[in-house]
Design a protein around this ligand. Structure first.
Ligand code: HEM
Length: 448
């Protein structure tokens, strides 16, 4: 039985919505007033919400076979057969194909590229100008993900793919379609087609290159004999990246497009939010900011930076809920969640649960120091968990470390709107209206 929402709770939820300017406020009110299992009481939208380690473990591990990803919503409309939204054997097949380029052993190979792409973005900053770190982080994250996974340098393409990518993100962000699934959504067809054309273009170029160099686009590279290649060309001219893994597996262009778009969006929008939130938190906590800069300048590698990244992911998890469809009735400590309903496991509420976290709303990177108070398994889940945990978790954290170190080594950042930022629930949790920072050079040889 779901507890009835009292008028008091309803009023408190409304007040929280107005105060926080985000549904996160009402979610917290529901958690406080109703408990770790509740139903969102909106007309046409009544998902069950659970949080806390026990429930999260059920959804992600022990009873994961009772839930499905496949819903019909804008995410599935956009990503079709993308890894994020497929289930069962299809999912496991793609997952296996896509893991190797993101394996931790590959990460050091990306470091130089991550630094170079960061440098390109900051080379445009002028002394003393104001930049929005939400936008700048997106540029960096986009350049990095496209280069790492598809060996595509998108610097020159940014002007033409920027709007289509933002439109794709807007398309899958929560909106009125949640309540009225069939609501007309004009303005998306053209940019989404542009994005598709762009991705199909990259696939086709790679296939052509492979035919030119190796003669057959679908044969596995390792079986080729370098002696049969055209003069001068070697197998090394074909990048050993995620795109190539998908091509070599014999997938169709359509399925490859689905995986590319999935990785492009899941792999850059999250990193964008993470970098931007770190700047928000540093702007709001100048003492940590100063200590962090000292550590980075002194040692290069900073333990505090690792802790800041973790704490940012705890307070503002870019993916704040996991969305599932209940395929078989579930029981959460006597509360029934029926088959056919939508279920959210809340990362945000779990990571701010006062029963688990000391001063849960405070920014305290040191809570992640070695020897600090350990919280139970499944209480810190910024990357989900179980077999469907984020495939890019290690990559994303590595990227944040490399990019943050480079940025803090190169520029000073003076926060201009640190007190006026709220969490916006888009495709990811984003700091809005943006993260305005006045930047000044630290190193004379970067920028103009
Ligand atoms: C700070 C960075 C990131 C955060 C916070 C994050 C968070 C998450 C979370 C919470 C999930 C699980 C969602 C669920 O259970 O419903 C997930 C899944 C996923 N993430 Fe990430 N992610 C990040 C970076 C990345 C990167 C860099 C990539 C790609 C290179 C990526 C690709 C994916 C994919 C494809 C899935 C679905 C995996 C599957 O279902 O097997 N993410 N991510």
């Amino acid at each position: 039985m779901t507890k009835k929402i009292s008028p008091d709770t309803g009023r408190a939820a409304l007040r929280a919505l107005l105060k926080d300017r985000s549904p996160l406020g009402p979610l917290k009110v529901m958690a406080e007033h109703v408990g770790r299992f509740f139903q969102i009481p909106l007309p046409g939208f009544r998902p069950y919400v659970v949080f806390g380690p026990e429930s999260v473990r059920r959804v992600l591990v022990t009873e994961r076979n009772k839930v499905l990803w496949r819903n019909t919503d804008p995410v599935t409309d956009l990503l079709h057969h993308g890894l994020l939204i497929t289930d069962g054997e299809e999912h496991d097949h793609y997952r296996k194909l896509m893991e190797p380029p993101l394996h931790p052993s590959q990460l050091p190979g990306y470091t130089r590229m991550m630094i170079e792409q960061t440098d390109r973005v900051i080379s445009r900053w002028k002394e003393g100008e104001t930049v929005d770190m939400l936008i700048e982080s997106r540029k960096i994250a986009l350049l990095i993900i496209m280069q790492a996974l598809f060996s595509r340098d998108v610097w020159d393409d940014l002007p033409r793919i920027w709007t289509p990518i933002l439109k794709a993100i807007e398309y899958i962000s929560p909106g009125a379609w949640i309540i009225w699934r069939g609501i007309p959504r004009p303005g998306f067809r053209k940019p989404l087609k542009q994005l598709d054309d762009y991705l199909f273009g990259i696939i086709s170029e790679r296939r052509k290159k492979q035919v030119m160099l190796l003669g057959n686009s679908n044969e596995g590279l390792p079986s080729h004999d370098e002696d049969t290649l055209p003069p001068g060309a070697t197998q090394n001219d074909i990048p050993n990246d995620l795109l190539q893994h998908l091509i070599d597996a014999g997938l169709t262009d359509e399925i490859i497009r689905d995986q590319m778009l999935t990785m492009l969006i899941a792999g850059h929008d999250t990193s964008t939010a993470l970098l931007a939130w770190i700047f928000v938190l540093l702007g709001q906590h100048p003492q940590t900011h100063v200590r962090l800069i000292e550590q980075i300048h002194h040692d290069g590698r900073s333990i505090l930076l690792d802790q800041v990244i973790k704490e940012s992911l705890r307070l503002y998890p870019p993916i704040h809920i996991g969305n599932r469809l209940i395929a078989e009735e579930m029981d959460f400590d006597g509360n029934k969640a029926p088959k056919g309903e939508r279920l959210f496991y809340s990362i945000y509420l779990t990571q701010r649960d006062p029963a688990i976290w000391e001063n849960p709303d405070d920014f305290c990177p040191e809570r992640f120091a070695q020897g600090g108070n350990k919280t139970p398994p499944m209480s810190y889940i910024p990357f989900g968990g179980g077999p469907r945990a984020c495939i890019g978790a290690v990559f994303g954290q590595y990227e944040a470390r490399v990019v943050m170190t480079r940025l803090l080594q190169s520029f000073t950042f003076e926060p201009l709107n640190a007190g006026k930022i709220h969490a916006h629930m888009g495709a990811t949790l984003e700091p809005r209206p943006g993260v305005m920072m006045k930047v000044k050079h630290r190193m004379p040889n970067i920028g103009n």
